[in-house]
Write a protein that binds this ligand. Structure first.
Ligand code: SAM
Length: 297
């Protein structure tokens, strides 16, 4: 990677080519490139290929199985939207569960809510947490917070033992190839519904409308059978494929309008919470979808 040499590992070289190009099987015919300054860490965990490199323009970058997960420069856009859309749609979130989220960015955002009394996190891969602590300090800054209960294990299995417990559940997973495959099926969402309290809300990483519309419409369609309220939001993230990212938001309460914040933020509050992407106007706007997306959903 660093010197134009092919990656030592075949699974990562499959996606992240020797010139730092991300070429995904999930987005054939196109590629995204970041210039690699230095490879900081590259090992295979029990679950996936884990790479951290220093880029020339986006800071340190976390890559799993050859796919960019987070860069220091633009991570706030994704982390703030995935966390704050459900949290601000909820009037009083106290107990929050994060599935995945190993870089720690979602945890950092969840803990900005004073209403939150306890956060449980279930991440499958300890190596992701360890490299985040070492190379992504701005994201992993909250792992020693006293409100956190951290489990290492599979999110799908974890949910089987938790019923009617959480106000908000956030699935910050990788793409549906590799360890996150089980987090995209109908049975996973049924477990999420059962783990949520009566007024509970969930958010899940919802892929890109430019690349994954059939998968998104499938997710929305089966969730309409599980939840009375299903909504899809989207916004921009510079280093995700096609520059867009979707967020699937479902509520158990049919009267909950998730597109409208239950708690509005003033400009002063946005500043005090150190929000760089999310505000109440962005919240509403994210649910306004282009016609081709509306037609597909
Ligand atoms: N949303 C980012 C993206 O798509 O680019 C991904 C962020 S990354 C923090 C996603 C995390 O989900 C990884 O740390 C991965 O180890 C974790 N993960 C994948 N499958 C999981 C599973 N079945 N249970 C719990 N965590 C899982």
């Amino acid at each position: 990677l660093q010197n134009g040499e092919p990656s030592a590992d075949s699974s990562s070289s499959k996606l992240l080519k020797s010139d730092g190009q991300e070429m995904g099987g999930a987005w054939p015919g196109q590629a995204f490139s970041l210039q690699v300054k230095k490879v900081l860490f590259h090992e295979k965990s029990k679950y996936q290929d884990v790479l951290v490199f220093e880029s020339t323009t986006y800071g340190n970058v976390l890559v799993l199985d050859g796919i960019i997960q987070a860069t220091e420069r633009d991570e706030f856009s994704y982390q703030e939207m995935l966390a704050h859309l459900p949290l601000f749609a909820h009037p009083n979130p106290k107990r929050v569960l994060i599935i995945g989220g190993g870089d720690g960015g979602i945890l950092r955002e969840v803990l900005k809510h004073e209403t939150v009394e306890a956060v449980t996190m279930c991440e499958i891969d300890e190596m992701v947490i360890d490299v985040a602590k070492k190379y992504l300090p701005g994201m992993s800054c909250a792992f020693s917070h006293p409100k956190l209960d951290l489990y290492c294990g599979d999110g799908f299995e974890f949910l089987k033992n938790h019923k009617n417990e959480f106000d908000v559940i956030i699935t910050d997973s990788s793409d549906p190839v590799g360890p996150a495959e089980s987090l995209f099926g109908q049975s996973y969402y049924e477990l999420l519904r059962d783990a949520l309290k009566e007024d509970g809300i969930l958010s899940s990483q919802g892929e890109s409308v430019w690349l994954h519309l059939p998968l998104i419409s499938h997710l929305v369609a089966f969730n309409r059978k599980i939840f009375p309220k299903v909504a899809y939001a989207q916004s921009i993230v510079s280093t995700y494929p096609s520059g867009s990212m979707g967020y699937l938001i479902c509520a158990k309460n049919e009267n909950r309008d998730v597109a409208t914040p239950a708690r509005e933020l003033s400009e002063e509050q946005v500043k005090a919470l150190n929000l760089r992407f999310y505000n109440s106007q962005v919240h509403r706007a994210a649910f306004v979808l282009p016609q081709f997306v509306k037609n597909a959903l």
